[in-house]
Design a protein around this ligand. Structure first.
Ligand SMILES: *Cc1c(COP(=O)(O)O)cnc(C)c1O
Length: 490
């Protein structure tokens, strides 16, 4: 399978690239992204064939349909990482919350958030490509809390790859910070920055674009890459769990094969939702994809009005920080799929130049055939956490909670819904403790104990253990010092 480009082809780029090439340099012509030339058409036969398959067998067959240039043994090694999830036989449990409403839990991996679903196998794939080419990579990551731990965990001690991960000191939860600073491996460097997430992100963008920095790396024989969520090497692993979740409901007798479902996705950079969209196009019977957001509701406005409008918009900090995003990068792949490369280039250039684009009435109606959207603010989210816990005995995190508003406002309750849960309660415990009991400003460890008591849930050993694990990474610096710090680590 070849990969082509969302904004057409400039004269400096090849007309198409392999999967490995799309992974190593994910930015295509005119700042666009790579997409598969043609999605495999799996159809209902594939679903029937895998009705009783394990997650790994399903994943392997789906990946084979993409015909990617990765050795089968590497794919096996990558998929074997799902054995580290809570239940190796079923890494993604789908649980019933109430009539017609199910939650697909994507957070049972080593860092307790859904980033593990894609980053765990991605680490193996990237390291193997680097080894095969005899190249060494520096992976840069900037994180508001979930990507960093997942990236460190997956690249830890892997050959031919080093990671420098920047986070805003004081800007993550205690659990998220401890997950990073207790990671001890010679190929990992964690850098706290005196600043906010945007400072870390700007530093990342600056370094990725800096020729000086690249030249300094080249002297050390190191190439630069990033593991961000536009990388198709992550997206491909995010299609699988949508197929799996559908099959899981058929297995449970909750769905008849072929019956349509809503996919309700808490969205930031739109990787998770895009995976659902691709799964739909490949044959999973979907009624519509519902995009849930927090107060940073640019996606809600896009899908309701056809306007992507960032004029005068600033990111606001919310209780669901992994979705505090304004430029939702993977939307571009949907634009491409619906409207083609010429129009995608036009729209994306308008967004870059004017912080704005507007779909035509016809385009908006095509978008709305696939998607609907709503957002929940922090108080609404907390109310859904409390009500769902008290009425349905189901405990969820603040990102997942945004889906419940959209469930009530956007879906037909006669049709079954799958809500995607992206984080375990342990990652955002102060907000959840506040929702359940009203306690404010608790430290994570206090909030964890309190939720554990209220909800009669054990704190998982890997979370509890963080509070006594030695700190291996103690660098906290000014943002001006980042480049120097990374170079001295290499
Ligand atoms: C990353 C993340 C999201 C957003 O997912 P996208 O694929 O970027 O839309 C939602 N919730 C949590 C907990 C996350 O870590």
């Amino acid at each position: 399978m070849k990969f082509i480009q969302t904004r057409g082809i400039d004269p400096t780029k090849p007309t198409s690239v392999t999967f490995s090439e799309a992974i190593l340099s994910p930015i295509a012509s005119y700042g666009g992204l790579y997409v598969p030339e043609k999605l495999p058409n799996l159809g209902i036969d594939f679903l029937n064939k895998h009705l009783n398959s394990s997650y790994k067998v399903l994943a392997k067959d789906m990946l084979e349909h993409f015909e990617i240039d990765i050795e089968p043994s590497v794919i096996d090694e990558a998929l074997a990482l799902y054995d580290k999830f809570d239940d190796p036989a079923n890494p993604v449990p789908v649980v019933k919350v109430k009539e017609n409403l199910y939650v697909s839990e994507l957070y049972h991996g080593p860092t307790r958030a859904f980033k593990d679903m894609a980053l765990q196998p991605f680490g193996v794939v990237l390291s193997s490509i680097a080894q095969k080419r005899g190249e060494h990579y520096l992976i840069l990551a900037a994180t508001s809390g979930d990507t960093g731990p997942a990236a460190l965990e997956t690249f830890k001690n892997r050959a031919n790859v080093q990671v420098a991960c920047m986070y805003p000191d004081g800007g993550t939860s205690d659990v998220q910070r401890l997950q990073m600073v207790t990671e001890d491996a010679p190929n990992l460097k964690v850098i706290g920055i005196n600043g906010v997430f945007d400072d870390a992100q700007s530093a990342l963008k600056r370094l990725l674009a800096s020729n000086e920095f690249k030249a300094a790396l080249k002297e050390k024989n190191i190439l630069l890459s990033a593991a961000n969520s536009v990388n198709f090497g992550r997206i491909i692993f995010q299609i699988i769990y949508h197929i799996h979740s559908y099959l899981e409901l058929v297995r449970q007798g909750a769905l008849a094969m072929g019956e349509k479902v809503y996919l309700n996705v808490p969205s930031g950079n739109f990787g998770n939702a895009l995976g659902g969209y691709y799964a739909w196009k490949m044959g999973v019977p979907v009624e519509k994809i519902i995009i849930s957001s927090n107060e940073n509701n640019v996606l809600t406005r896009l899908i309701k009005t056809g306007k992507y409008d960032l004029r005068g918009c600033d990111v606001v900090n919310t209780t669901s920080p992994a979705m505090d995003i304004l430029k939702s990068s993977n939307v571009e792949r949907v634009l491409y799929d619906l409207f083609g490369e010429v129009r995608t280039k036009e729209l994306m250039e308008s967004l870059e130049a004017h912080n704005f684009y507007e779909l035509s009435a016809d385009e908006l109606s095509r978008l709305r055939e696939c998607f609907d959207a709503d957002f929940a603010n922090g108080d609404e989210g907390k109310q859904y956490i409390k009500d769902t816990f008290e009425q349905d005995s189901y405990l969820m995190d603040p990102h997942t909670a945004t889906c419940f508003k959209a469930y009530y406002t956007c879906s037909n309750p006669q049709i079954k819904s799958i809500v995607y849960s992206t984080a375990e309660w342990t990652k955002f415990s102060p907000v959840i403790a506040n929702a359940l009991t009203g306690e404010v400003d608790a430290e994570d460890i206090v909030a964890l104990e309190s939720i554990s008591k209220t909800a009669k849930l054990e704190i998982p050993a890997m979370v509890k253990g963080l509070f006594t694990k030695p700190i291996a990474q103690s660098t906290v610096i000014e943002k001006t010092e980042i480049e120097k710090e990374i170079l001295s680590f290499l």
